[in-house]
Ligand binder design. Structure first.
Ligand SMILES: [Fe+2]
Length: 471
């Protein structure tokens, strides 16, 4: 028997590969199919089942594509009703996989169709439970996303209370919990950096598993402090209930090389968005195509694409580090942005050679900023971190302008003013600065190194405000 946790940092997502006696089950696959097929091939095994613990909101899963390529059966929980063919399981149903069994538990709460899977090994022991978004390490799945006219967030939280207590907490204390998400995912609020733990440990440390907790306390605690979910979540749920383009078609179309002339023409079309996906160093040093947004591939790329590009069908052309074009297209499609139509062939150097202009973001170091700030020659400082980060400590006089809500708040930006932007380390502020520039705000300066560097310059900082006091 083999059990592998497949962690994708960008989405803080964990898929699972389980093999026994040449039969494989995949739990919660990402959009791309190749890695799973290759793993099974290396084991000389066949993918028999694809389990979806629920309809995901934060990424598009590739079950239909994977099932078409492998002949595997897609399995969902009792109330799931997608438009494609599935096996709709019943609570307690057993799935034989080689010499082991996967026992399905209906664990509604995060969503109504949510399931968990208990692995029963050759000896009848239960070493692992795959909990999806029912139970995380240090947290539980948020119950406010799958609200409908039939079920409120309080109802979902109440279901989650029962699922945890009646189905999960009764399992052996030494069972290993393998969740679908870790720290950094917007599917919970307080996840640990650990990607697995024993149930016994979680009973001691996870606030939601406190044994003397009443139902009312549980509902109140799991629903408090939840942030507005990213705007792309409902779109991804919808896509996960339907049939989507195969990853192969998306990659073929998206990796079309475009000459500087064609790229120029397309970049000027109002329906096309240009994204520069290179490293922030390359982007700032070499400049970019005028009007391009910066969303660097070496960061939380997919969640920022999903949070900031409001039209999921957006036609996108992009600039990439040479050799990473397929990765860029795949990572766009992980959150459902399937309409990439090509990249700048030869990169920025060919663009310049063709005689086109480049645009650069003005920047200064934290110490240069500090000097100007103390001289009062800086008009407006925008801190683009999250509200909780801002409240924990910030520059006195800085305005919180979270990148997450830049579209919603863009109306308050005055194109005649002079803005200095910072985040924690310089990734988010560059994204924000690039969007400002694309929207015609000319006087934008990025503070390199962000708050990490600024806090060592002697600029006056606010006292620490415990975020929990305002939740
Ligand atoms: Fe989820």
């Amino acid at each position: 028997m083999k059990v592998e946790q497949l962690f994708t940092g960008c989405l803080a997502e964990m898929a699972y590969y389980i093999e026994s006696n040449k039969e494989v089950a995949i739990i919660d696959p990402l959009r791309e199919t190749e890695p799973y097929i290759e793993m099974a091939k290396a084991d000389g095994a066949t993918i028999k089942y694809i389990f979806l613990t629920h309809f995901h909101a934060d990424f598009v899963s590739g079950q239909v594509d994977l099932a078409n390529k492998t002949g595997a059966t897609i399995v969902f929980g009792p109330t799931a009703d997608p438009t494609y063919e599935i096996h709709r399981a019943t609570d307690g149903e057993q799935f034989k996989l080689g010499n082991i069994t996967l026992e399905l538990l209906h664990t509604p709460g995060h969503t109504m169709e949510s399931i968990s899977l208990v692995l029963v090994d050759e000896s009848g022991n239960k070493p692992y439970v795959f909990t999806g978004d029912c139970l995380f390490i240090g947290d539980v799945g948020r119950p406010d996303l799958a609200v409908s006219s039939a079920v409120s967030q309080d109802d979902l939280a109440s279901h989650l209370f029962d699922s945890l207590r009646d189905k999960i907490m009764v399992l052996p204390d030494d069972i290993i919990i393998y969740p679908n998400h870790g720290a950094g995912s917007a599917c919970g609020k307080n996840m640990s950096n650990e990607t697995f733990d024993t149930l016994g440990n979680q009973k001691k440390t996870n606030y939601a598993l406190r044994d003397d907790m009443t139902r009312a306390e549980f509902v109140r605690e799991v629903l408090s402090g939840l942030k507005t979910p990213p705007q792309y979540f409902p779109n991804n749920v919808k896509m996960n209930k339907g049939i989507n383009l195969s990853i192969d078609e998306i990659v073929t179309k998206g990796t079309t090389p475009l000459s500087p002339e064609t790229f120029m023409e397309m970049s000027e079309q109002p329906e096309v968005l240009v994204i520069d996906t290179r490293s922030k160093e390359a982007y700032t040093a070499e400049g970019t195509v005028p009007g391009a947004w910066f969303i660097g591939i070496d960061g939380s790329f997919a969640p920022w694409v999903g949070a900031l590009i409001t039209n999921i069908g957006q036609k996108i052309i992009f600039i990439a580090t040479e050799g990473r074009e397929q990765e860029v297209v795949t990572r766009f499609s992980r959150v459902g942005y399937d309409n990439t139509v090509g990249f700048l062939k030869g990169g920025i150097s060919q663009w310049i050679k063709a005689g086109y202009q480049v645009d650069k973001i003005a920047s200064l170091s934290a110490s240069e900023f500090a000097k100007k700030f103390k001289d009062e020659s800086i008009e407006i400082v925008l801190d683009v971190r999250k509200e909780t980060e801002y409240l924990s400590e910030h520059i006195i006089g800085a305005t919180n302008f979270p990148l997450d809500f830049i579209n919603e708040n863009s109306g308050i930006i005055n194109s005649n003013k002079d803005y200095y932007l910072h985040c924690k380390s310089g990734y988010r502020s560059l994204i924000a600065a690039s969007i400002f520039k694309a929207n015609g705000i000319k006087n934008v300066t990025d503070i390199r190194g962000g708050y990490q560097d600024i806090r060592n310059t002697g600029v006056a900082l606010s006292d620490y405000v415990c975020p929990t006091t305002i939740l």
